[in-house]
Design a protein around this ligand. Structure first.
Ligand code: TRP
Length: 361
C-alpha cells in the first residue's frame, strides 16, 4: 500500500507566516520528495462554515486567496490534487455513518475543540456542526485513505479521533479504512509561531499576522514594530531572548548562511543572542536582519502570486479539476464503506436472491 498525504486549511483568511513555517513549507517539500504516491490538499470550506454559518461570503471570498497562497508557495496541481471540501459530497455521507461510532462524551473531551469553543464564546450555543467537525475531519482523511497528515500539534486530537473511528469501523464492519498518522513540524519553534505582538499565536482577529501576500513595505513595517523585550530600553541594557518575538522568528527562519549575506559581524545566531543578552546590541539592528531574511524568503512567493493573479479563471479551473479528481477517489472509498456496512442493497445479488427464496418458502 502506498503512502498518501491529506491535509488542508479553513479558508477564513489569507495564509500567514505561521501557516508557512507550521505547514505550507513542509507540504511543498513533501510534495516534491517523491516519497508519496498521492498528495491531496483540501480547502476546508465546509469545516469553515461550521462556525461561520452566517457569513458564507467570507468563506467564498477566501477560497481563492488560500488557493493563490498555496500555488505561490509551490504547491503544484500537476503533483498534488488541490480541491474544495464542499465539492466532494461523499465526505458528508461518510460523516453520517461515522457519527454512529463516536460518543458525545468523546467529542466533548477533544482539547482543540474545547479551546475553540472558549475562544468563540460558544459555551451555551455550540452549533452541532462545529461540535462534530472532528468526525467530518475523519471523513476527509479516510476518504482518501491517507496514511499521513502533515499538520500542527493542534490537529493531533483530530488525527487521534480519526484513528479511533478507523479502528472501530474496521472491527465492526471488517478491514476497510486506513489508520493515518500525523506528521508534525520538525523544528519546534515552527509548531506555533507567535504573533508580531508576542501573543501566543498569529491570528487575524488580533491583527498580529504577517501575511504571505503582504507587500515588502508591509512586512518591513510589521517587523520594525515587533514586540521584543520591554525591559531592553537603551542599547547598552542587557536584553532577554525568551519571549522576544524577533528572536523567536530568527529561530524559525535564520540559517547560518544568512550571517555572511546580511550581518557579517556575527558568525551565528548564538553569537547574536549572546551579544543581545550581554547588552550593547539594539533592537533595530536585529529587526533589520530579520527583515532581510523574511524578504528573501517571501519575495519569490510574492512574485509567483502576482503571476497566478493574472489568471484567476485558470485557478478556479484547477480547483474544479482537483475537486472532480478528489470526488472520484472519495466515491471509491464510499462504495467500499457501503459494502462493508452492508447497505449496498442493489449491488448485492446474494441479498436479493436469498430474500426471494425466503418469501417463496
Ligand atoms: N482543521 C484544519 C484547520 O483548521 C483543516 C482541516 C480540515 C484538516 N480537514 C482536515 C487538516 C483534514 C488536516 C486533515 O486548519
Amino acid at each position: 500500500m502506498g503512502k498518501i498525504i491529506l491535509t488542508g486549511d479553513r479558508p477564513t483568511g489569507r495564509l500567514h507566516l505561521g501557516h508557512y513555517v507550521g505547514s505550507l513549507k513542509r507540504r511543498v517539500e513533501l510534495q516534491n520528495s517523491g516519497e508519496y504516491d498521492k498528495v491531496f490538499i483540501m480547502i476546508a470550506d465546509a469545516q469553515a462554515l461550521t462556525d461561520n454559518a452566517d457569513n458564507p461570503e467570507k468563506i467564498r471570498q477566501n477560497i481563492i486567496e488560500v488557493a493563490l497562497d498555496y500555488l505561490s508557495c509551490g504547491l503544484d496541481a500537476s503533483k498534488s490534487t488541490i480541491f474544495i471540501q464542499s465539492q466532494v459530497a461523499e465526505l458528508c455521507e461518510l460523516s453520517f455513518y461515522y457519527m454512529n461510532l463516536v460518543t458525545v462524551s468523546r467529542l466533548q473531551r477533544n482539547p482543540t475543540v474545547k479551546t475553540e469553543i472558549q475562544m468563540r464564546n460558544f459555551e451555551t450555543s455550540i452549533p452541532v456542526g462545529f461540535f462534530t467537525y472532528p468526525i467530518s475531519q475523519a471523513s476527509d482523511i479516510t476518504a482518501f485513505k491517507a496514511t499521513t497528515v502533515p499538520a500542527g500539534e493542534d490537529q493531533e486530537p483530530m488525527v487521534e479521533q480519526t484513528r479511533e473511528i478507523v479502528r472501530k469501523f474496521n472491527s465492526v464492519y471488517g478491514e476497510t479504512l486506513v489508520e493515518p498518522e500525523i506528521l508534525l513540524p520538525e523544528n519546534c519553534v515552527c509548531q506555533r509561531l507567535p504573533g508580531t505582538d508576542g501573543k501566543a499565536k498569529m491570528s487575524k482577529s488580533l491583527g498580529n499576522c504577517i501575511y504571505l501576500s503582504d507587500t515588502a513595505e508591509d512586512v518591513r513595517k510589521k517587523v520594525m514594530s515587533m514586540y521584543t523585550d520591554p525591559g531592553h530600553i537603551r542599547i547598552e541594557d542587557p536584553g532577554k531572548i525568551e519571549g522576544n518575538t524577533v528572536f523567536t522568528y530568527l529561530d524559525a527562519f535564520c540559517r547560518p548562511e544568512h550571517f555572511a549575506e546580511f550581518l557579517p559581524d556575527y558568525a551565528s545566531l548564538d553569537e547574536l543572542k549572546a551579544h543581545y543578552q550581554r547588552g550593547g546590541l539594539g533592537d533595530v539592528k536585529v529587526k533589520k536582519f530579520l527583515n532581510s531574511i523574511l524578504q528573501q524568503e517571501l519575495e519569490p512567493i510574492r512574485a509567483r502570486r502576482k503571476e497566478f493573479e493574472q489568471d484567476i479563471p485558470g485557478v478556479y479551473r484547477m480547483l474544479k479539476d482537483g475537486s472532480d479528481k478528489a470526488r472520484e477517489t472519495a466515491a471509491r472509498t464510499l462504495a467500499e464503506v457501503r459494502r462493508a456496512m452492508r447497505i449496498d442493497y442493489f449491488d448485492d445479488r446474494e441479498l436479493i436472491e436469498s430474500q426471494a427464496l425466503k418469501f417463496k418458502a
